[in-house]
Design a protein around this ligand. Structure first.
Ligand code: SF4
Length: 336
C-alpha cells in the first residue's frame, strides 16, 4: 500500500503515556492507544477535524517512539491490561509505510505481553500485520468501518480509505482467521447511505463475508464536520446540502461521556432510520447494535466498539490517566 502523493507524516516524540483511558463510556473498559494525531484517510465526516491537535487534511503526526515507550510501560505494569483499544481518532492502518511499521511493531509488542488488540479500521491491513493478527486470532477483536458498499460513496466521503471491496475482502479474511469481527456503519449519511437500495446492497455484501453484526451510528453535526462535508467533491457531493438541511430543527444532545453537545436529526427521524436499518439487516441475518453515545436520548446499551473481553481482577496497579485530563498526545475521542 502506498501513501497518496499529497500526504504528509510529521514525526514527533511522545510527551505523555502511551496507554490512557478514554472518557467515553463505551471505551472505558480498556486502555487506548493513539499512534497518530490526524488520519490520512481524510473522511469528510470525520469528527477529529474539530479536535485539539488535528494537523489538517492529508497530514498525520506520528508518535514514532510509541513502541519503545509501550514496551517500558508494559514491563513496569504489575497487572497488564487484558486488551487495548486502538483509538478511533487515528486509524491503525493508514496508507503510509512509517505508520504501518509503527502499528505492526506495537501490535507485536502487545501480543508478546499477552495483551489483546481491539481496533476499528477503514484502511488496508499490511501483510506483516495480517501475519500477527492471524497468528493471535484469539487475542483480536476487530471492527471494519463500512458506511456503504458503493464506490461512489467512498470516492465522495472517504477519499483516502481503502475501497469498500477491499474492506469487505478483509472482513471475510478476518472471519476465516477465526477473529471476532463486526462491521461499523458509522456514520449513516441520511438520504445517501440509508436508502433501501443502499442498505440491501450493503447487507448483502456484509452477509457474504460471514460477518453477522453491524454497529450503527447516525451522522452528527458539528461546524467543522458540516464545513468539510460541504467541501466534498465526487459523484455524490450534490446530495450534501439536502442532507445537512435535515439537521435544522433537530437540535443538539449531549454526547455520552464526551462532555460535548452535538447536532442531531430530530429523534423521530433517527428512530425511523434505525428501524429501517434494523429490518433490512435482519432480512440478511445481521444483528444491529446502535451507538448510544450519540443517541443517548433514544437508545441505551453499547455498540460494542471495544469488543467483549473476559474480566480480570481490578487492575489497581495499572491506573491510567484520563485522556481528557492529561496527555498532550490525546485528542478527544469518539466512537465512529
Ligand atoms: S473516520 Fe476514521 S478512518 Fe476516517 S479519517 Fe477519521 S479516523 Fe480516519
Amino acid at each position: 500500500m502506498s501513501a497518496p502523493p499529497t500526504s504528509q507524516v510529521i514525526r514527533v516524540q511522545r510527551r505523555s503515556r502511551v496507554l490512557v483511558s478514554s472518557t467515553l463510556t463505551c471505551l472505558s473498559t480498556l486502555p487506548t492507544i493513539n499512534l497518530t494525531a490526524g488520519c490520512l484517510h481524510d473522511c469528510a465526516y470525520c469528527y477529529i477535524r474539530g479536535y485539539r491537535g488535528y494537523p489538517g487534511e492529508s497530514t498525520a503526526t506520528l508518535y514514532e517512539d510509541t513502541p519503545e515507550r509501550l514496551e517500558r510501560e508494559l514491563e513496569r505494569a504489575k497487572v497488564k491490561p487484558r486488551a487495548v483499544y486502538f483509538s478511533p481518532s487515528s486509524d491503525l492502518f493508514q496508507p503510509h509505510p512509517d505508520i504501518q511499521r509503527c502499528a505492526e511493531r506495537v501490535i507485536e509488542i502487545l501480543f508478546e505481553h499477552g495483551v489483546g488488540v481491539a481496533f476499528l479500521s477503514k484502511g488496508e491491513i499490511s501483510e506483516r500485520a495480517w501475519e500477527l493478527l492471524e497468528a493471535h486470532a484469539s487475542l483480536v477483536q476487530a471492527q471494519i468501518g463500512l458506511i456503504s458498499a458503493s464506490e461512489d460513496v467512498a470516492l465522495t466521503f472517504e477519499s483516502g480509505a481503502a475501497p469498500p471491496a477491499k474492506r469487505l475482502e478483509q472482513m471475510a479474511r478476518l472471519v476465516r482467521a477465526g477473529i471476532r469481527v463486526a462491521a461499523r456503519m458509522d456514520p449513516v449519511l441520511p438520504g445517501i447511505t440509508d436508502t433501501d437500495e443502499e442498505l440491501m446492497r450493503l447487507f448483502d455484501a456484509v452477509a457474504e463475508t460471514g460477518v453477522s453484526s453491524v454497529s450503527v451510528g447516525i451522522l452528527i453535526a458539528r461546524s467543522k464536520i458540516t464545513a468539510s462535508l460541504r467541501r466534498a467533491t465526487g459523484p455524490l457531493a450534490a446530495s450534501v446540502p439536502s442532507m445537512l438541511a435535515r439537521f435544522k430543527g433537530g437540535g443538539s444532545i449531549a454526547m455520552r461521556g464526551a462532555g460535548t453537545e452535538v447536532g442531531v436529526l430530530p429523534a423521530p427521524e433517527r428512530e425511523a432510520i434505525i428501524d429501517r436499518i434494523r429490518r433490512r439487516a435482519a432480512a440478511r441475518g445481521i444483528e444491529i447494535r446502535v451507538c448510544a453515545c450519540k443517541n443517548a436520548d433514544i437508545t441505551g446499551g453499547s455498540c460494542n466498539i471495544a469488543g467483549t473481553w473476559p474480566r480480570r481482577p481490578a487492575p489497581r496497579q495499572f491506573q491510567l490517566p484520563l485522556a481528557a485530563s492529561r496527555g498532550s498526545e490525546r485528542t478527544e475521542e469518539r466512537p465512529q
